[in-house]
Design a protein around this ligand. Structure first.
Ligand SMILES: NC(=O)C1=CN([C@@H]2O[C@H](COP(=O)(O)OP(=O)(O)OC[C@H]3O[C@@H](n4cnc5c(N)ncnc54)[C@H](OP(=O)(O)O)[C@@H]3O)[C@@H](O)[C@H]2O)[C@@H](O)CC1
Ligand SMILES: [K+]
Length: 465
């Protein structure tokens, strides 16, 4: 059993169908209840470690094998001399609750009895340990099956890691995530990947002979009047990430300086095809509705590496002609960084549908746009045509702050410029992980975007774990 996060090495994720296939293959060589016995033992061990003190342990058991795991744990806890209460209502002296109501088999809105038990678990002030998944959370998507799911303090995931724990509502409901593979090595590829710190190894640093000309040029296009800050944040991030030269083309009224607070940034007065050639272009941060269409069309046609964010995404969503240009870019590379609403506009759907299955939505968008997608939000999804999607395991609510997305777009550009040959899928994953890692360092409250850049810059030589 291991505490999963922070995650040093990336791991495979398995959806419900694959998890059941792994279980079936494992059981072919084992007694029928072997896996459930192992699962129950793991749950009991963690329960004892979490709450060795006095009081009654409430084991809320559902009708399926998730409940079966709970019953075995209850038996083992009793054998250890612990008072245990199995049922759907808590004992008066509850010191720890084990949520074994629903796991992989959740397939509809929790019925009245289950919903009441979920509410009771969420009303407790003692720790709640969820077995496999917080009950009410869908394993494949991290969406809720009904109005409420268990908000656990700990979740012990069993046999296979499920994607739903790491995206959408997963992290908000799972608490501290633990994993026990029940001594079974899955003999199949994951349906998705969970990015760990090792993804940063894709980003070798510059060698001693590097100079600004060898580290690539970034051009940031955006920052309409009133929203200049967004483009400046992206440009500062590109600089801090390691681009050799960073130019800023600000939309609307001409300005004299790119960024009075960052003398290193250069102003790009024009944005003609020849200005785009050879550059890594990030477009859309603070773009505004006016004045973006023309440079966007030029960037889609001519930029060898393009990051599309914010208003540039909205412009593409509203224009079939720009969509066509985007799809025609391959083999020129594109990374799109939508939040769920921007993704919904691009897919012609609504935010709720995107959030109902973030992995699917990101993959559909990648295929539709012939681009790498970073679908932002809790558990960012990185998807590319024909590739397994990746979920970012780093990040925190501190990143829910204005400008944090602009920083990510600029950071991707700044990492890409010196490494033009890197696969965009790997680049986007590593950049997202880096961004999330910096967010985790904020103990409380929001991390302001300017400070985020400094934190990310300080992580250039991440200490070994
Ligand atoms: N495969 C593995 O990797 C391993 C699995 N293991 C464990 O088994 C768990 C999976 O067990 P599972 O398949 O029996 O499903 P589970 O989650 O107990 O629920 C099914 C029951 O709930 C019911 N039900 C469904 N939705 C409902 C709702 N909304 N409201 C009310 N009821 C609802 C459903 O009813 P039905 O649809 O049949 O009418 C059925 O009776 C897994 O999470 C892990 O803990 C480990 O022991 C070993 C490795
Ligand atoms: K559960």
């Amino acid at each position: 059993m291991q505490r999963l996060l922070p995650l040093p090495l990336s791991l495979p994720l398995f959806n419900v169908a694959s998890s059941r296939a792994i279980e079936a293959a494992a059981l072919a060589g084992l007694p029928v209840d072997a896996l459930m016995e192992r699962a129950g033992l793991a749950v009991a061990r963690l329960a004892l470690a979490l709450q060795p003190g006095a009081g009654t342990i409430w084991v809320a058991c559902g009708p399926g094998n998730n409940g079966g795991d709970g019953r075995i744990a209850a038996r083992l806890l009793q054998a250890q001399g612990r008072r245990v209460s199995i049922g759907l209502t808590p004992p008066a002296d509850c010191c720890l609750a084990i949520d074994a109501l629903l796991g992989l088999g959740l397939n509809r809105t929790p019925d009245a009895a289950m919903a009441a038990a979920i509410t009771a678990l969420n009303s407790l002030t003692v720790p709640v340990l969820a077995v496999d998944l917080p009950s009410g959370l869908l394993a494949d998507s991290g969406a809720l099956a009904g109005a409420e799911a268990v908000r656990a303090t700990h979740t012990l995931c069993l046999l296979s890691l499920k994607p739903g724990l790491f995206t959408a509502q997963g992290r908000a409901h799972a608490g501290t995530i633990w994993f026990d593979d029940l001594a079974i090595a899955p003999a199949r590829r994951g349906d998705a990947g969970l990015l760990g710190r090792d993804c940063l190894a894709e980003l070798a640093g510059p060698d001693h002979a590097a100079h600004k000309g060898s580290q690539g040029d970034v051009l940031v296009i955006g920052g309409a009047p009133g929203m200049r800050g967004a483009a400046r944040l992206a440009a500062r991030a590109a600089l801090a990430a390691g681009a050799g030269r960073v130019y800023l083309h600000l939309l609307g009224e001409p300005v004299e300086e790119a960024d009075p607070a960052r003398a290193e940034l250069m102003l790009a007065v024009r944005c003609e095809p020849q200005d785009l050639a050879g550059k890594t272009v990030a477009i859309g941060c603070g773009g505004g509705q006016q004045g973006l269409a023309e440079p966007l069309a030029a960037a889609l046609r001519h930029a060898p590496r393009l990051i599309v964010d914010a208003d540039a995404l909205n412009a593409i969503a509203a224009s079939p002609a720009l969509q066509q240009l985007l799809r025609q870019r391959a083999p020129l590379s594109s990374v799109l960084t939508p939040h769920p609403l921007e993704a919904a506009r691009l897919l012609g759907t609504d935010t709720a549908r995107v959030q109902a299955d973030r992995l699917d939505a990101a993959q559909a968008l990648a295929e539709r746009c012939a681009a790498t997608i970073v679908l932002k939000g809790s558990g960012s999804v990185i998807a590319s045509p024909g590739r397994r999607p990746q979920l970012c395991s780093s990040g925190s609510a501190a990143l829910a702050s204005a400008g944090s997305g602009d920083v990510l777009a600029g950071w991707i550009a700044g990492l890409w410029a010196p490494r033009p040959a890197i696969e965009p899928h790997l680049l986007a994953g590593a950049a997202s992980f880096w961004h999330g890692l910096a967010g985790e360092q904020q103990a409380a409250g929001p991390l302001r975007a300017g400070d985020l850049i400094e934190r990310m810059h300080a992580l250039h030589a991440p200490p070994e774990d």
